[in-house]
Design a protein around this ligand. Structure first.
Ligand SMILES: [Cu+2]
Length: 496
């Protein structure tokens, strides 16, 4: 009997040791680049896109193209860009303006261009149904009808989004409005108002973008080279006492938790869909892929300070959540032009009232599915009435590195696991982080762009998850209408 217990005990010990060995051998060790990055390249500022006004319409010409970029390897890296070799120009338009895009595809592959965060007709959304074949031009047009905000654009090809964004297709889309223009905020683009598109890349020995993923990297590529606006190891010269940073997590999978090396406070003034009601003083801001945050930070003459990414509260090791990363160094001049303090009052953000909600829906994200279903280009998952206020409850049910993005609308967070959202999550959002098993209740009011042909998307913005099927479709219709078949939906699966 004693012998049997000893044998069983040894067996259990052996199994335990084997499991520990597996864990050590395969789980990614946290990466720490703090102090190891030479900030020796001036930050590239994406140019403001040229446009022309014909009648009442502002028209932008955009060209998806391939090229090469210096990402710090010994060889140039083949990359893709919009009107350039990597990333794209910053688009800028006023609330109320009609815009027209002429998107040329000079790439060897079919792609799309989606206007992330934009309220617009589904047919203009640039989702997986608005394919642009090589050599073709896609010409969406819509009227800007939402507050001043920092949006962005990127491909949204079903099954190919992660690949196309990783190669370099992305850019910012800044919306202006008169309310924002009246506030005493830094807004000199490229001087005291800086776009920061933060991404991570892996480069192989030939300098090519490495798309391979480790065995356990269920979130996709986790890059070890951080680039800001495509610049590796960047520094930015500061000439004013305060600088506004429009932070965009443009990574495929990594969450970033932005914080300054000396722990200084900054003011969060805006989130995905526009300005907050009042600035929120913070010393760390977590943004998951697709999320934006506008912050204003103050500098002392002559100082240098590094913005870095600290481990995220989720700590998801497979998505790089335990990494510490140097991102960009700010170099303040010996003399700084004076900047006013951030105003106490920013924008009005009228609270949406749960009493007004006519529908409640719930979404469980797990195992490449939402509510147990993988994305199907022909299936309309939800039908929403134009103008309806709805509450969507979203849950990360499997502990993966998930967030949730809804097209066409900006929503408000009602509560997270039953608790009021923190102050920095009380503004307009279109993408929200999901901690494991903590349901997030969102309230949103849908607009009046209706269609019985074209759907909008909702999905996880960890791009590989989205590509693998963690995405669904909703249509906004007039009361009483029901969706018809989606044109040409069949056969649009992207093979890669
Ligand atoms: Cu996900």
């Amino acid at each position: 009997m004693k012998f049997l217990v000893v044998v069983l005990g040894l067996g259990v010990l052996a199994i335990g040791a084997f499991a520990a060995w597996i864990a050590i051998a395969f789980v990614r060790a946290p990466l720490d680049t703090v102090g190891d990055v030479d900030f020796d390249r001036a930050l590239t500022i994406p140019p403001l896109a040229e446009s022309r006004v014909d009648g009442d319409v502002r028209t932008f010409d955009l060209r998806l193209q391939s090229g090469t970029s210096d990402l710090g390897a010994d060889h140039l890296t083949p990359t893709w860009g919009v009107n350039g070799e990597l990333l794209g120009p910053t688009l800028r338009a006023e609330r109320g303006e009609a815009v027209a895009m002429r998107v040329h595809n000079d790439l060897p592959e079919t792609s799309t261009l989606h206007w992330h965060g934009m309220h617009l007709p589904a047919e203009m959304d640039g989702g997986p149904h608005q394919l642009i074949e090589p050599g073709n031009v896609w010409s969406p047009t819509w009227t800007i009808d939402q507050p001043a905000s920092t949006l962005w654009y990127h491909p949204h090809l079903h099954g190919g989004t992660a690949d196309h964004v990783y190669r370099g297709l992305a850019g910012m889309f800044i919306i202006d409005d008169p309310l924002e223009a009246e506030l005493d905020l830094p807004r000199d683009y490229g001087v005291d108002d800086l776009p920061l598109i933060v991404q991570d890349k892996n480069l192989d020995d030939d300098g090519e973008l490495d798309m391979s993923e480790s065995f356990f990297a269920s979130a996709g590529v986790i890059g070890e080279t951080i680039v800001v606006n495509g610049t590796p190891g960047p520094y930015a010269d500061v000439t004013t006492e305060a600088v506004r940073l429009r932070l965009l997590n443009g990574a495929n999978a990594r969450p970033f938790t932005f914080a300054f090396a000396d722990g200084r406070d900054f003011d969060l003034i805006g989130t995905d869909g526009g300005l907050l009601e009042t600035p929120v003083a913070m010393d760390a801001l977590q943004l998951s892929p697709g999320e934006r945050g506008e912050i204003v930070v103050r500098f002392e003459p002559g100082e240098r300070v590094v913005l870095r990414s600290d481990p995220s509260d989720t700590g998801n090791v497979f998505a790089g959540g335990q990494d510490r990363l140097d991102i960009i160094e700010f170099r303040a001049a010996e003399q700084l032009d004076p900047s006013p303090r951030v105003p106490d009052q920013l924008a009005e953000v009228p609270r949406l009232d749960p009493e007004d909600a006519s529908e409640e829906r719930s979404f469980r994200l797990s195992d490449s599915t939402i509510n147990g279903l993988e994305m199907d280009m022909e299936r309309v998952d939800e039908v929403v009435e134009a103008g309806a206020t709805e509450i969507w409850t979203v849950t990360n049910a499997d502990g993966g590195s998930h967030n949730f993005h809804v097209h066409d609308v900006q929503f408000q967070v009602l509560d997270i696991d039953g608790r009021e959202p923190p102050p920095h999550l009380r503004g307009w959002k279109d993408t929200v982080w999901l901690r494991q098993s903590e349901p997030v209740r969102l309230i949103m009011r849908f607009g009046h762009h209706t269609s019985t042909e074209w759907p909008y998307m909702f999905h996880c913005h960890t791009l590989r998850h989205e590509d693998e099927g963690m995405m669904g479709q909703f249509m906004v219709v007039e009361p009483g209408q029901s969706p018809g078949p989606i044109p040409h939906a069949e056969g649009h699966e992207h093979e890669h």
